[in-house]
Design a protein around this ligand. Structure first.
Ligand SMILES: [Zn+2]
Length: 271
């Protein structure tokens, strides 16, 4: 008998933290399933498969739906799951969004650490990308994302160019085996402070003012590190952990939409 894709999860785990959209306490109960991939439920209703086929919106965050239930803000959880190679789990939520924490993947990584799910076992990329994929935003062609076949472990680079004295041109590369997961899991999302004030999020989400940030940054290049985190989370919606694919992904100012199109193409090549 061959045991395939046994979930890393041996016991049920749960986490409670405030949701960004509802501002309610969101409870996430996670348990292993029988080789069914990553699935979300709301109050134990019909599952929504964490897959590009379920994506219903990529505006600001990556939303998946089965027509009845919608799950918002999947990307930071999916990134944390990819980084520890967690698969075949059911996540039951009490509302239609993931707990938000501080806007990074830290809350999930802290939980996984506490439960002993982060093992010293070395993860290596093993699947081959057959051919290069390039996705360009037709309206803003400076926004693009390229995945190239590689002989090395998975590598992702995000290139950012913002007309802001504390951001400007910056890029960050993360490679499996070379970087630690905390290099990206602690990197928080950010938003303009004007928008934070409008939405009542000041003091919770890192705000960008005209010349600065509203909170001290954890890394000088925290914004581009966070974009790498989003990219990894979105690519996991291909159904295959992107870290297991020998490819070099370069994103130039791309967001959730282009990420999701790349995940679709990766799924086509590897499914
Ligand atoms: Zn994000």
């Amino acid at each position: 008998m061959i045991l395939m894709n046994v979930s890393l999860l041996k016991e049920n785990i749960s986490l409670e933290s405030k949701g960004l959209i509802s501002r309610n306490q969101i409870t996430a109960d996670i348990k292993a399933n029988d080789n069914l991939g990553i699935r979300f439920t709301v109050n134990n209703s019909e599952p929504v498969l964490a897959n590009v086929s379920s994506i219903s919106s990529t505006q600001r965050n990556t939303v998946i739906s089965n027509g009845t239930n919608t799950i918002c803000l999947t990307e930071h959880f999916m990134a944390a799951a990819a980084l520890i190679n967690l698969n075949n789990i059911d996540i039951n939520l009490n509302d239609e969004e993931l707990p938000f924490g501080d806007g990074s993947s830290k809350l999930w990584i802290d939980l996984f650490k506490e439960k002993g799910l982060i093992t010293p076992e070395k993860l290596e990329s093993k699947f081959e990308l057959k051919e290069e994929i390039k996705i360009v935003d037709p309206e803003k062609p400076h926004r693009y994302i390229i995945a190239k076949p590689s002989s090395e472990n998975f590598k992702a680079t995000y290139q950012m160019n913002w007309d802001h004295p504390k951001i400007g041109e910056q890029s960050f590369s993360w490679q499996l085996g070379k970087n630690g997961i905390e290099d990206i899991t602690d990197a928080r999302t950010f938003s303009t402070e004007m928008e934070n004030q409008m939405l009542g999020l000041s003091g919770w989400i890192v705000g960008i003012t005209e010349n600065d940030f509203t909170m001290p940054l954890r890394f000088t290049d925290e914004p581009s590190r966070h974009k790498v985190l989003d990219l990894i989370g979105d690519l996991y919606l291909s159904g295959i952990n992107p870290l297991l694919i020998k490819m070099e992904v370069t994103s130039n100012q791309a967001g959730h939409h282009l990420n999701s199109l790349l995940a679709t193409e990766i799924k086509k090549q590897l499914a």
